[in-house]
Ligand binder design. Structure first.
Ligand code: AHR
Length: 330
């Protein structure tokens, strides 16, 4: 533990009215993984309840960074997805002098000051899933996530193969300002945008929600006389909402309209097995072991890649989904 961090930790302990121990302990200098008790304290600035993907990702993090593994993980979910609550939690972790901060940002922008504070306090920050915008790679140790550009371009490539004559399509987006939404739009547009036979009817956020996506797509179908052949839903919950809207409009999802989604959660794979979804690109949430390995490397001062890509699969048929469902972990 560095002198700065121990001083901050003692200050926060002292401010709690507990007798502070002498600073002599820090005279040894040099970094070591974790505190004096050998426990590495992790401040996890998390998103909190948002859907099946988030639940799987955050549970996996908490199941990985256990006391038995030598960690104390302090979980700080956002209040109603509010960035200010995340910035407040981030600041508290810096003041407390945790060893590492994991950040899953509810908003892509607005993190520069917080990241600089952590840097001054010599606390490494690891981005989990979500990136920051603008991407200041000097302000964080690394980002661990599947590659959103590759994941969304795999959906676009499937669409091009499935609709050789092109299609009228609609995009159900995640919330504005979230980094992965911008990346998924870019990955999709880089492939589909070059295909004039694909006509974009529009795009609208449904905030990762099944209910909101159902409502949005009901309106889209009405205003296009049901003539929508393809939906790119940027997560599973929204794709399942589009399925409900299509069925209520008297359409057969998978036949009259093909709906493709991102995440690969169990409900989406079941819908793919049932023929209601047509393509599911996994965005693998289970990377806790990778994160633990990276935390240990970073604390030892080892160099890590600025973006550590989590491998993810694609599922393009009912048979492919049926095959993996029995063992599906999320
Ligand atoms: O950042 C990952 C996205 O956030 C997932 O695709 C979505 O389901 C979650 O809410």
């Amino acid at each position: 533990m560095t002198r700065t961090k121990l001083f901050r930790r003692l200050l926060s302990v002292a401010s709690a009215g507990v007798l502070a121990v002498g600073l002599a302990a820090c005279s040894g200098g040099g970094d070591d993984a974790g505190g004096d008790d050998g426990v590495t304290t992790i401040g996890f600035v998390a998103v909190g309840p948002e859907g099946a993907w988030r639940q799987a990702n955050e549970a996996n993090m908490q199941e990985t960074f256990t006391k038995e593994a030598g960690f104390e993980l302090k979980y700080a979910p956002a209040t109603n997805l509010d960035q200010k609550s995340q910035i407040d939690a981030f600041t508290s972790f810096v003041d407390e002098g945790v060893d590492v901060i994991l950040l899953s940002a509810t908003e892509g922008s607005g993190w520069e000051d917080s990241l600089k504070r952590a840097q001054e306090a010599e606390i490494p920050v690891i981005l989990i899933d979500r990136g920051i915008e603008p991407d200041a790679t000097d302000l964080y140790a690394t980002r661990i996530a599947p590659d959103n550009l590759k994941v969304s371009s795999s959906v676009a490539s499937w669409a091009v193969e499935t609709f050789p004559q092109g299609a009228n399509y609609f995009v159900l987006e995640g919330p504005a300002g979230v980094s992965v939404v911008n990346e998924r739009n870019r990955g999709w547009n880089d492939t589909i945008g070059a295909k004039p036979e694909f006509k974009k009817l529009g795009a609208q956020t449904a905030n990762w929600s099944t209910e909101e996506a159902k409502s949005v797509f009901e309106t889209v179908l009405k205003s296009n006389n049901n003539k929508v052949q393809l939906v790119f839903a940027q997560n599973d919950e929204m794709g399942l909402g589009a399925v409900l809207a299509a069925e209520e409009a008297g359409l057969v999802p998978g036949k009259d309209v093909k709906i493709a989604t991102i995440d690969g959660t169990r409900n989406a794979l079941q819908a793919l097995a049932d023929g209601k979804l047509s393509f599911v690109a996994e965005y693998n949430p289970l990377f806790g072991e990778t994160a633990l390995d990276v935390v240990n490397k970073v604390l030892k001062g080892e160099k890590v890649e600025s973006y550590i890509v989590v491998p993810s699969l694609t599922f393009n048929s009912p048979e492919a989904a049926t095959k993996v469902l029995p063992e599906r972990k999320f």
